[in-house]
Write a protein that binds this ligand. Structure first.
Ligand code: GSH
Length: 96
């Protein structure tokens, strides 16, 4: 997936993502990236509390980085943004 072998994609996910129930999009995309052997940088957006309005930090940083506030979002090293888990899973599947 990375065009520069030194660069990794960045995955923006929700707080509590990795231990979440299996159907959670943020967990599924991480499992897919790991299963495909694709290294990635992980950024937790708005972490600190499971309730959206009590979280430290807002998703404005996410919007600045990706142009949107959806999670999960994958940003490839050359700047392409995949802002939906299905798009991310498709991209990972094409990489395998
Ligand atoms: N259809 C979307 C659903 C994404 C989704 O449910 N994301 C979760 C985080 S994994 C979310 O934003 N939950 C609400 C919240 O965190 O405020 C997708 O598959 O990408």
């Amino acid at each position: 997936m990375p065009t520069d072998p030194q660069a990794s994609p960045t995955l923006h996910v929700r707080h509590g993502d990795d231990g979440a129930v299996r159907f959670r999009s943020c967990r599924r995309v991480q499992e897919a990236l790991r299963a495909a052997g694709i290294p990635f940088e992980k950024v937790i957006a708005g972490h600190g509390h499971p309730t959206a309005f009590l979280r430290r930090g807002s998703r404005e940083e996410l919007r600045t980085a990706t142009g949107d506030t959806r999670l999960p979002t994958l940003v490839l090293p050359h700047g392409t943004v995949h802002g939906d888990s299905r798009a991310i899973l498709d991209r990972v599947a094409r990489q395998r």
